[in-house]
Design a protein around this ligand. Structure first.
Ligand code: NAI
Length: 385
């Protein structure tokens, strides 16, 4: 089957590489010829490195690269069995592009979007045959990140979902199916990793370095929340938080912070601007963490129970299965354990009592325990086993 990828930027190139590696003739279309030239050169370098490291043979590298056709013309999608869109995150542009796309491809062609924040139902509304729309949300960098969230919308047919799932499974990815709701699984469940860390800082409990130390050294996370926000970019991360917050009709649990907003406003984006929560131009300016174990444990536990509560609530609202939620966080953002499995290990009663004590202390809705957690504690059940 020929695969079309629309948008030849960061995500589009990654998706095209994976498709080509799996033997598909892949048509990569971007409106900007320069982007395509740059992407082609980038892929050449990636392939050369893989050959050098002995991960693939020279012949395979040549075959993969020759599987990709670079084009600025969407008409080249006409023989594709699926087109995956990865263009700029703008509803009006996506909508216009999808209706144009539909006039080019066959009536059986699957139309997918890699959107991170728009609803698949809204994108599908621009199609005449709307039961072929589906969300296929990859993670960056696409060839390295195993997770793919598959999002059928209310229009999507069961057959399209089945075919897409088997295609993505066949690419060796870990495909999880989730509901067409804001943030899908990962970008929803991960919110407290940032939000609660900032809140702890705002309350003056600890500084950035100490919170990061607690999460990496005691919690086993690969990166602390502030290092991660600096890596993602405070401009990007703040915008995602704001988008999720408004998409959830301003549920206080997803409230963005003034702290990150000020960093964004000041242009302290993080790594890319040389300064964010930490200084990257002069590392000596960064204060070392306070390695007080008791303090560290408190920080880690507070963020972890907030993450667990979010994961449980996603299950409560049937966003995805328990297995999918745990896989999403371990394979999409490299969490050391699945959050529901972690909840079992900690004891659901411990998780609930920690949340209840914060809820009582602060009187804020963000600390409200999920009804499913309460129900499970009452009945003495666990997520697994
Ligand atoms: P990007 O800016 O690197 O690439 C977008 C490309 O689309 C650009 O090369 C641009 O020239 C092209 N483009 C814009 N309008 C077009 C049109 N009408 N026809 C053809 N090409 C057009 O953006 P990136 O980061 O690759 O994101 C693309 C999509 O993937 C967005 O929807 C984003 O939300 C989503 N996404 C991004 C992730 C990330 O980490 N960057 C992760 C998961 C999803």
């Amino acid at each position: 089957m020929n695969v079309g990828v629309l948008g030849g930027g960061t995500m589009g190139l990654g998706i095209a590489q994976v498709s080509a590696q799996n033997g598909h003739k892949t048509i990569l279309v971007d409106i900007n010829k320069e982007v395509l030239d740059k992407s082609k050169t980038k892929l050449e370098k990636i392939m050369a490195r893989l050959v050098e490291k002995g991960k693939i043979l020279q012949d395979e590298s040549i075959a993969i690269q020759s599987n990709i056709v670079y084009s600025t013309n969407m008409q080249d999608f006409k023989d594709c069995g699926i087109v995956i869109e990865a263009i700029v995150e703008d509803f009006n542009i996506k909508s216009e592009v999808f209706s144009k796309l539909e006039s080019i491809v066959s009536k059986d062609c699957i139309l997918a979007s890699n959107t991170s924040s728009l609803s698949i139902a809204s994108i599908g509304s621009s199609l005449k045959i709307s039961n072929r729309i589906i969300g296929i949300h990859f993670f960056n960098p696409v060839p390295l990140m195993a997770l793919v969230e598959i999002i059928p919308s209310i229009q999507t047919s069961d057959l399209i979902l089945k075919n897409v799932k088997s295609l993505i499974d066949g690419w060796g990815k870990v495909a999880v199916v989730c509901k067409d709701t804001p943030g899908f699984i990962v970008n929803r469940v991960a919110r407290p990793f940032y939000g609660e860390a900032i809140r702890i800082y705002e309350e003056g409990i600890a500084d950035f370095a100490t919170i990061d130390w607690a999460m990496t050294e005691l919690g086993g996370f690969r990166m602390g929340p502030f290092t991660l926000m600096d890596y993602i970019g405070n401009d990007v991360n703040y915008t995602v938080t704001e988008t999720v917050f408004s998409a959830f009709y301003f549920d206080p649990r997803y409230k963005p912070s003034f702290t990150q907003k000020r960093y964004k406003e000041a242009g302290f984006f993080g790594r890319k601007s040389g300064k964010g929560f930490f200084d990257y131009n002069d590392e000596t300016l960064n204060v070392p963490p306070n390695k007080n174990r008791e303090l560290g444990e408190q920080i880690f536990e507070r963020i972890l129970v907030m993450l667990i509560n979010e994961a449980i609530d996603a299950l409560f609202l049937n966003i995805a299965s328990k297995e999918a939620i745990d896989l999403a966080m371990t394979k999409g953002v490299n969490y050391p354990k699945g959050l529901l499995m972690w909840a079992d290990e900690l004891g659901l009663d411990n998780v609930l009592s920690k949340l209840e004590s914060m809820f009582n202390e602060y009187g804020e809705d963000r600390y409200r325990p999920s009804p499913l957690l309460k129900r499970m504690v009452k009945s003495g059940t666990k997520f697994f086993r």
